[in-house]
Design a protein around this ligand. Structure first.
Ligand code: NAD
Ligand code: WQD
Length: 344
């Protein structure tokens, strides 16, 4: 019998790639998503990639009764991967209550229902945003959590605390918190990828939209930071590598191999790349010239952050393997596919 995993936000960007990897590893997947930031046809695309159609429930995690019904409809769920959340940093500053409600209440509902239905394992999507600007680089999991820069970042910090307090309370729940760095790229099939709504806020979708002519110019936000070329540094991780980290984490938690009931892992490459380095890597990987200009710093940006992934490498036995060139080619192929499909 295949083990059942509930994936909230499973038609979203990281969720869809993770569903593919879970199915490829022999898990049975039930997706719960309210399609607030994804499309229903992602389910068809996952089925096209893996040959297996995941179960799909159009349910809002804020709706306790509907979510309860999902747990009842699919008995024997072994674990939950909780991706469902609102994630736009800028929007969270404009609409803090929407972010606090969606990101906190969804998690509370999930945790309550896990207890009610005896589901013992949760993997949670956290973020390197919890570190703010770290004092030491590369950043390890034991670095202090800095005051959040945005309501979105704050929800991730509070989410982590809610999970820790719940586990501490003695209920039979174990957790792995994965702190993602900057996920980019798309599945090699170009059937699933990131679908930014409106003007992209993140670097890589803005870059590929500029390269294809949807946007005129990419602005590089600042070249006067204390970094070798003056632009900000991040740890860009291929979304398929990130997806695989969830499978390894789920195996670990279900096989009872955890050292603590709550474990935290940095999921990054360990390689810091500047904005300008990333642009040049894109041009080299795709042969496409990019129109860009240096502009003002963006308010709230961290100067530089990249992961020390040693703990994940050693304990999880997981490592980001894909080169930045292959990753950026996958992002470009996805952008080309979107044009072909007339989506963007
Ligand atoms: P995404 O928006 O593509 O996916 C989130 C999915 O959750 C969407 O399909 C959306 O429709 C769904 N959703 C949102 N609220 C819901 C609700 N109340 N009920 C049911 N479904 C709901 O985002 P993503 O980039 O795939 O991010 C997944 C998770 O990873 C999020 O928790 C995000 O905060 C976290 N994360 C993302 C990044 C990043 O840069 N993409 C970095 C660190 C952490
Ligand atoms: C990357 C770099 C920009 C756009 C955000 C969230 C974080 C996490 C990941 C979820 C920065 C620069 C960007 C552009 C640019 N999400 N840039 N021109 O800010 O590292 O992280 O997404 O948890 O919480 O804050 O990602 O892709 O927006 O920016 O120069 O048009 O690219 O200044 O240095 P960021 P990003």
């Amino acid at each position: 019998m295949k083990e059942r995993i509930l994936v909230t936000g499973g038609t979203g960007y990281i969720g869809s790639h993770t569903v593919v990897e879970l199915q490829n590893s022999g898990y049975e997947v039930i997706i719960v998503d309210n399609l607030s930031n994804s499309r229903a046809d992602v389910v068809d695309r996952i089925a096209q990639i893996t040959g297996i159609r995941p179960f799909f429930e159009l349910v809002d995690c804020l709706n306790y009764a509907d979510l309860d019904a999902v747990f009842r409809k699919y008995p024997g769920i072994k674990g939950v991967i909780h991706f469902a959340a609102s994630k736009a940093v800028g929007e969270s500053v404009q609409k803090p209550l929407l972010y606090y409600r969606n990101n906190l209440v969804s998690l509370i509902n999930i945790l309550e229902l896990m207890s009610k239905h005896n589901v013992p394992a949760i993997i949670f999507s956290s973020s390197c945003t919890v570190y703010g600007q770290p004092d030491k680089l590369p950043v390890t999991e034991s670095a202090p959590i800095k005051k959040a820069e945005s309501p979105y970042g704050n929800t991730k910090q509070i989410n982590e605390e809610i999970i820790c307090d719940t586990v501490k309370s003695g209920v039979d729940v174990r957790a792995i918190l994965l702190r993602y760095f900057n996920p980019i790229g798309a599945h090699p099939s170009a059937l699933i990828g990131e679908l930014p709504s409106g003007v992209p806020q993140n670097l890589v979708p803005y870059l590929t939209q500029t390269a294809i002519g949807i946007r005129e110019k990419l602005s590089v936000f600042g070249d006067d930071y204390h970094t070798p070329d003056g632009s900000c540094i991040r740890d860009y991780i291929y979304v398929v590598d990130l997806a695989k980290a969830h499978v390894v984490a789920m195996n670990r938690i279900l096989q009872d191999k955890q050292k603590e009931k709550v474990e935290v892992f940095n999921i990054g490459t360990g390689r810091g790349l500047s904005v300008l380095e990333l642009i040049h890597a894109f041009e080299a990987a795709t042969g496409v010239k990019l129109n860009y200009q240096i502009s003002e710093r963006r308010a709230g940006d961290i100067e530089q952050v990249w992961a020390d992934p040693a703990y994940a490498n050693e304990e999880l036995g997981w490592k980001a393997e894909t080169s930045i060139e292959d990753t950026l080619r996958s992002a470009w192929n996805w952008q080309l596919k979107l044009r072909e499909a007339g989506i963007q």
